[in-house]
Each structure stands twice: as C-alpha cells, then as structure tokens.
Design a protein around this ligand. Sequence first.
Ligand code: TDO
Length: 178
Amino acid sequence: MIVKETSLKDCYIIKPPVFGDDRGYFSIRHDKNAFAKAFPQHPPFVLHNESFSSYGVLRGLHLQKGNAAQAKLVRCVQGKILDVAVDFRPDSPTYLQHFSIELSGDNHLQLLVPRGFLHGFSVLSETAIVNYQVDNSYQPETEFGIRYDDPTLNIDWQIPTTDIQLSEKDEKLGYLKL
Ligand SMILES: Cc1cn([C@H]2C[C@H](O)[C@@H](COP(=O)(O)OP(=O)(O)O[C@H]3O[C@@H](C)C(=O)[C@@H](O)[C@H]3O)O2)c(=O)[nH]c1=O
C-alpha cells in the first residue's frame, strides 16, 4: 500500500497493491494491519457503504458534525468519479481549501478524507459504483452540507452544470456563511 500526501493537511491518496495478469487483476482493497501501521492513531472503520449513480449525479458536499464526524476511505469500484474533499476545520492551515482527484475502477486509487472535512463526488462515466468505509456510525441528525456550487469554494466538478443531478436534499443545501 502506497500513501501519498495531498495539498490538504491529513488527507491522503492511497494506492493499494494491484497484481495484474492474463486473467485480470487481484487487489488488496483494505489491509487492516498495513493501514494501522501507516495511520496508527486512526479509529477503526465501522461501516462500509456503497452507492451506485449515473453520469452527472453529484452527491455532496456532506459531513457529520461534532462527535459524529466521520473519516472516509473512498474508492470507485466501477466507472469514474471526481472525488472532492474540503478541509472544513477552522483551526487547520488548509481550512476551506479543496482537493479533487479522479478515482476509477481502472486506477484503483483511494482517498482518505479525514474527520471534519466536507466530501462529495461527481460521476464522470456512464455509471459509477462508489464504495467507502467510515469510522463513525450514521447519525442523520448531525448531517450538514454546503452546496456544490458554493462561490467561495469554487470547485470545478468537471461536468457541465446542465448535466448535474442532485438529490432533493442536496438541492436545498446552503452556501457558506463566513
Ligand atoms: C449516508 C447514509 C445514508 N443512509 C440512507 C439515508 C437515505 O435514505 C439514503 C440516501 O442518503 P443520502 O441522500 O444522504 O445519500 P448520499 O447523498 O449518497 O450521501 C453520501 O454522500 C457522500 C458524498 C458522502 O460523503 C457520504 O458520507 C454520504 O453523505 O440512504 C443510510 O442509511 N446510512 C448512511 O450512512
């Protein structure tokens, strides 16, 4: 497992071992021991979530507040997404900065999004299956979000605005109040 820093504090790209041969590939998606060695302070993952979406779907930007905060280890099993993490920790040197990366079934990359970050993704391929482990339980009453097109964050989601499909919930999210 290879760990690479991103432009955001505590947010990392992870490349798991992938062994390709004539049949296809074999990959170690999550190695508890290797992960604990790289991130000794990290709480264990307690939920393993998956979503399926079509081209143009944009989910985000989401977080759970306070003690319910979740770190997320995100990968795209099939298709291609633009995965986006926003540092939403006021005491961080990278507060309100974002990092985006293409995750796909082909590149096998994972993004470790820390607690206290907003997270979202847009689907760039016809369909995409996104799989993510989180280190805290689902607590819907603590959910918080910011609209994907917030002018302060100014994120390029790499799909035309006319193609973007939001959930009713995400449509109603507000902009940053600084
Ligand atoms: C996130 C979540 C949703 N649900 C349910 C609630 C609802 O009926 C249905 C769909 O929920 P949502 O519309 O919130 O799903 P979605 O918009 O896909 O929300 C997800 O977006 C990405 C970007 C994230 O980072 C995730 O943490 C999560 O916030 O699934 C759970 O049961 N457990 C969960 O952990």
